[in-house]
Design a binder for this molecule. Structure first.
Ligand SMILES: Nc1ncnc2c1ncn2[C@@H]1O[C@H](COP(=O)(O)OP(=O)(O)OP(=O)(O)O)[C@@H](O)[C@H]1O
Ligand SMILES: [Mg+2]
Length: 354
């Protein structure tokens, strides 16, 4: 796999979703509604996620974009029920294949994590244990979900051999060179990019139905980034795994994702097909972020907008973006805009469309 192969493979600016993966609205894999998460702090309560609604069908790939501090990570952590206390989910529903996750016990949630829904965190070293060989960490994840038999001490030679092959295979899949030797190494013996790929190998090990990836490629160089994205796409196409990708890179979002959701101050302010959102953004916030359409193969970061992200402990009654919005009128400062549903599945939270 080569980064540049990947770039030349797509000759259009934004590719269409393959027909075989058409979103099945009737049976979403992940259905989130009214999700709200807060972090109590000495300064007051941070309203990090405020009434987020998202629906992902089999094979969907959704980009979540937005400035730093808008609640993207808090949203993914909430979906996995991994919000660090005293932070907590205060409202809403997260359904995975129709099952309400917010009603499950912690033990049931642990069973589901990794096996059905996996998360790739931005910083690999927060997830990898420096004291264990990477091969052991991958087989541990397979064992936890009973994809490999019981305790390592009790495994038969044949079973141990099969486990070793599976681990080597996964490392090979994520492009780790000489996996037959390197599965015996410790995390610090790998570069940051390789550590990230090992995490992705762990996430892919159980062939989950949903992968939540929080800026998985930000720290990687372009070649490795393309390998990681190619790998996630292969899993998506082969198994129909739904993917949520948080990214600051609009080039990556345009190339890799089918849908986009734009987050601001804990809310989704605009969503729709990736092509629609990137080529004709509706919300003044999205328009501010996307000063121009990204081109394939070119890293295009979000453009800073004048003013600051609001303090999430002290939100006003009106539209959170109004203080920075060139198109705001006095009504916007007083009243919070509803989510307006437009054609082609587009949604926007702005008084310009009410
Ligand atoms: N553990 C925590 N305790 C208190 N506040 C937190 C905690 N984690 C996040 N926050 C706050 O919640 C809000 C949303 O943070 P979050 O990390 O979700 O932003 P983000 O969109 O992922 O930003 P970035 O692009 O920088 O990763 C921010 O105001 C942040 O300061
Ligand atoms: Mg984040």
């Amino acid at each position: 796999m080569d980064a540049f192969d990947n770039q030349t493979k797509h000759d259009t600016l934004i590719h269409d979703k393959p027909d075989s993966l058409t979103h099945d609205e009737k049976s979403p894999v992940l259905e989130i509604s009214g999700l709200s998460t807060e972090y109590p702090t000495p300064r007051g309560t941070v309203h990090a996620v405020r009434g987020v609604d998202l629906v992902l069908g089999k094979g969907d790939i959704l980009a979540i974009v937005g400035e730093s501090g808008c609640g993207k990570s808090a949203c993914l952590l909430s979906i996995m029920r991994l919000v660090p206390p005293p932070g907590r989910i205060v409202k809403g529903s997260v359904k995975f294949r129709g099952k309400e996750l917010l009603a499950l016990s912690e033990a049931e949630m642990r069973e589901l994590r990794g096996k059905d829904m996996a998360m790739v965190f931005q910083d690999p070293m927060t997830t990898l244990n420096p004291a264990y060989r990477v091969g052991e960490q991958i087989s541990e994840s397979l064992r936890v979900h009973r994809l490999l038999p019981g305790f390592p001490g009790r495994l038969l030679r044949k079973e141990r051999e099969r486990e070793r092959e599976r681990v080597i295979d996964l490392l090979k899949q994520v492009g780790i060179p000489s996996p037959e030797h390197r599965h015996l190494e410790y995390p610090h013996q790998f570069s940051g990019g390789m550590q990230q790929r090992i995490l992705i190998a762990i996430a892919l090990a159980c062939r989950p139905k949903v992968i939540l990836a929080d800026e998985p490629t930000t720290a990687l160089d372009v070649t490795v980034q393309a390998q990681v994205l190619d790998l996630m796409r292969e899993i998506n196409e082969e198994l129909g795994t739904a993917i949520v990708l948080v990214t600051h890179d609009l080039g990556v979002a345009a190339e890799f994702c089918y849908k986009a959701a734009v987050m601001y101050a804990g809310q989704i302010v605009e969503s729709g097909g990736i092509e629609d959102v990137l080529s004709s953004p509706l919300h003044p916030y999205t328009r501010g972020l996307l000063k121009s359409i990204p081109k394939i193969g070119q890293r295009r970061e979000l453009v800073p907008i004048n003013g600051e992200v609001p303090d999430l402990t002290d939100l006003s009654e009106g539209c959170s973006f109004a203080p920075r919005c060139r198109e705001a009128y006095s009504y916007c400062e007083r009243t919070s805009p509803p989510l307006v549903h437009l054609k082609n599945g587009r949604k926007v939270r702005c008084h310009l469309y009410t």
